[in-house]
Structure formats: structure tokens, C-alpha cells
Design a protein around this ligand. Structure first.
Ligand code: HEC
Ligand code: HEC
Length: 351
């Protein structure tokens, strides 16, 4: 008995685990892999696992796939399917026909039939020139995989389940070696090594969606605009342990347009993605020298937040207090809870 490489199924990875209350499936619990395959998979993947019997389903016998796919790759493809393609989710917990044990039996059988064993490629990111990769993709790959990775005669490479479960090394290896007995050519020798890196990096860069726009980096606002509602009465915030203020009180003060300073202690990239209204970025790793001259030294509360919720904000508060700004507080819950409560968030350059 071979050892099972499909350990992912044992880890409780929460990918939409809506368990059916009753199992409508009354299939063979003792079925062997061959009959499970014949019943559920042969329709599209072919009687001999050769692929392309229907819906351009890929080969399930190409040795390259069984050699270099990460352990969880096949498990997830079968359990969760490839949403938006003909490959359905087969796990009972997704409403499919295969119990956990049956899926084990089936995948162990498929791997045994392939005649090869996995070689666990290193899971190190592949770096390459994404723009060059985009050109290579358009010239060499789009005809089969679709101009936007939507699939065609070949699998959808923009698929979120594929990109979440395929490692860079596996993608690169697939492109370099192709898939024996299928239309997927080996590109080693056709593309040079840096082009293989480039097209791999391009595929990875689509993980956020094929049309995901490149982030537009905006300049953060001028520190001289730190004080919000400068002419209004100060925000009165109850303080816990001389240090923490509650998200609900800060949200109420903002809604009432009270005078306040909000500082974002996270990396600038996080601030770009979304921040509390009017917050100025003061990344915890930058020091506070630049901002201190712009901060009020009166009753105005200065509230610092991060996501975590206290580490980065605590560091900035300590630095500000050391610089003589004592009405400095940590937002107790952090920005993630803030957003989860539905309190306002500004995006990018918006204040
Ligand atoms: C002539 C058609 C064709 C071309 C051109 C082609 N592929 Fe493929 N590719 C396929 C097919 C078909 C498969 C599925 C293998 C099978 O049929 O079993 C595949 C599989 C793959 C896979 C594995 C996907 C998975 O679900 O496991 C990757 C990654 C891939 N191709 C990348 C590329 C890249 C990148 C290029 C361009 C450099 C490219 N392919 C060019 C036909 C093609
Ligand atoms: C209705 C047709 C259909 C059936 C039935 C079907 N598949 Fe698929 N399968 C597909 C298609 C199409 C794809 C490629 C999807 C894509 O574009 O990414 C796929 C992809 C896969 C992949 C990923 C392979 C790769 O190269 O990335 C695996 C593994 C797989 N199927 C296994 C199975 C197993 C096991 C069964 C039976 C339990 C099964 N499929 C039943 C159509 C089907």
C-alpha cells in the first residue's frame, strides 16, 4: 500500500464547508477506483483516462501531472471542481456524489494507474517579467487556453481553484514539459528559460482575476491636513487602561464631525487599499519625526490603528508619546473589525 500524498483532505481547510444534513448518495461504499472512475469520470475524461472524450476534459493519465502536481491539486480539483467550467464539484459536502473515502480510493487508483510517483517540486515562487509573459501568452497560449484564460480546447488557466492549488513550480514544469499524449506541447526549447519564468509569473499575476487592474499608487495626503474637523468641538472618547479607545466611540465621533486625528500604522499598501476616513498613513516602520510637527498638542485625541489590532498601532503610539504627544490612543479593535462592523472606509486616495 503506497503512502497517501493527498494529505490536504485531512486538513480542515474551510473552502465553503456546507455539510449536507443527509447524504442523498447511496453509491457503493466499497467500490474500487476503476468502477468509481467508470461511473463518474469516464464520460468526459475518457474510458482510458486519455482525456477529451467530452468538454475538452484533460487527460488523467499524463505522467507529468502525477509527477509534479502538488499533493492537494488533484484532491481540490475533484472535491471542489473548477467553478465556471464543466468540471463539477464531486465531494458530498459540495452536493456531489463522492464520499471522502470514495474520493481517496478513486485518486489513489488514478495515481497508481499513472505509473509514476509524485516528486514534490520546491514550492518557491517563480519570478519573471510579467509584461513579457503577457506577450508570450498572447502569442503561444491564447489559441488553446483562451485570450483571457477562460479555457477553450484547453483548461481555463484563469480559474481561481486552479491558481489557488497549482504551485508556481508545477505551472512552470507543466509549461516546460507539456503533457504527454495531449495537445499540451512541451515549451522547453521553444521558449527560453526566462520566457518560461515570464509566462509563469504572468499566470500567477492573474490570480486576483484576469482583468484585475494594476494597483494605482496615489500620493498620501499632506501631513498638514492631519486634523479632521479642525473647527469643531473635540471628540470625547472614553479611554480604557489609559491607552485604548473603542471603534464604536470613534465611529460616533466621526459621524458627529468631532475634532480628531486618525493615523494608520500599517504599511502604505494597506492604506492604499482602504483606510478609516481621513486617516493619514504613518507606517510603523517609518518613525514619527515627519508627522509630529503637524500633530495637535492639545485636547484633540490622536487615534492610531492597525489591522492586528495592537502591535503596529502600539508601536506608533509609544513613539508619539515619547515625542510628547500624550493624547494618543490605540484603536482597540483594529481596522479589520472596524470594517466588519460596517463603519466607513475610504479607498485609495480618497479621504
Ligand atoms: C495546442 C493547444 C495548447 C497550447 C498552444 C498550449 N496549451 Fe496548455 N494545455 C493544453 C491542453 C489541452 C491542456 C490539458 C492537458 C490535457 O489535454 O490533458 C493544457 C494544460 C496546461 C496547463 C495545466 C492546466 C491544468 O489544469 O492542469 C498549463 C499550466 C498550461 N497548459 C499552460 C500553457 C501555457 C502557459 C501555454 C503557452 C506557453 C500553453 N499552455 C499552450 C493545450 C495547449
Ligand atoms: C462533465 C465532464 C466532466 C466530468 C464528468 C468530470 N470531469 Fe474532470 N474535468 C472536466 C473539465 C472540462 C476539466 C478542465 C476544467 C478547466 O477548464 O480547468 C476537468 C478537470 C479535472 C481535473 C484537473 C486536471 C488538470 O489537468 O488540471 C481533474 C483532476 C479531474 N477533472 C478529475 C475528474 C474526476 C476524478 C472525475 C470523476 C469523479 C471527473 N473529473 C469528472 C470535465 C469533467
Amino acid at each position: 500500500m503506497r503512502s497517501c500524498r493527498l494529505f490536504a483532505c485531512l486538513a480542515a481547510l474551510p473552502l465553503g464547508r456546507a455539510h449536507a444534513t443527509s447524504d442523498p448518495h447511496v453509491g457503493p461504499t466499497t467500490a474500487d477506483g476503476a468502477s468509481l472512475y467508470a461511473q463518474y469520470c469516464a464520460l468526459c475524461h475518457g474510458a482510458e483516462r486519455e482525456g477529451h472524450a467530452a468538454d475538452h476534459a484533460p487527460s488523467l493519465r499524463a505522467p507529468e501531472m502525477f509527477e509534479s502536481a502538488p499533493p492537494a491539486f488533484l484532491w481540490y480539483a475533484v472535491a471542489y471542481g473548477r467553478p465556471g467550467t464543466a468540471m463539477a464539484a464531486f465531494a458530498t459536502e459540495q452536493g456531489g456524489p463522492l464520499s471522502h473515502d470514495e474520493q481517496h480510493v478513486l485518486l489513489d487508483w488514478l495515481e497508481a494507474q499513472s505509473g509514476v510517483t509524485g516528486k514534490d517540486l520546491p514550492d518557491t515562487p517563480v519570478r519573471g517579467d510579467v509584461e513579457r509573459g503577457e506577450t508570450v501568452y498572447a502569442e503561444r497560449c491564447a489559441e488553446c487556453h483562451g485570450a483571457t484564460g477562460q479555457g477553450g480546447t484547453a483548461p481555463a488557466l484563469a480559474n481561481p481553484v486552479l491558481l489557488a492549488t497549482a504551485s508556481d513550480a508545477f505551472l512552470r514544469d507543466t509549461i516546460a514539459r507539456g503533457r504527454t499524449g495531449t495537445p499540451m506541447p512541451a515549451f522547453r526549447g521553444v521558449l527560453d528559460e526566462s520566457e518560461l519564468d515570464a509566462v509563469t509569473a504572468f499566470l500567477r499575476s492573474r490570480a486576483g482575476g484576469w482583468a484585475a487592474p494594476a494597483p494605482v499608487v496615489v500620493n498620501p495626503p499632506d501631513p498638514s491636513s492631519a486634523i479632521q474637523n479642525a473647527k469643531s468641538p473635540v471628540a470625547k472618547l472614553p479611554v480604557r487602561q489609559g491607552r485604548f479607545v473603542a471603534a464604536a466611540d470613534v465611529a460616533a465621533a466621526l459621524a458627529a464631525k468631532r475634532r480628531i486625528v486618525l493615523l494608520d500604522a500599517r504599511p502604505l499598501s494597506d492604506w492604499q487599499r482602504g483606510h478609516l476616513p481621513g486617516a493619514l498613513p504613518v507606517p510603523y516602520y517609518e518613525g514619527v519625526e515627519r508627522i509630529v510637527p503637524h500633530l495637535p498638542d492639545d485636547e484633540t485625541p490622536i487615534v492610531v490603528y492597525c489591522a492586528c489590532p495592537h502591535a503596529a498601532s502600539g508601536k506608533v503610539v509609544d513613539a508619539l508619546r515619547a515625542a510628547g504627544r500624550t493624547r494618543t490612543y490605540v484603536l482597540d479593535e483594529g481596522s479589520l473589525v472596524w470594517a466588519a462592523h460596517g463603519y466607513p472606509v475610504a479607498i485609495g486616495g480618497a479621504r
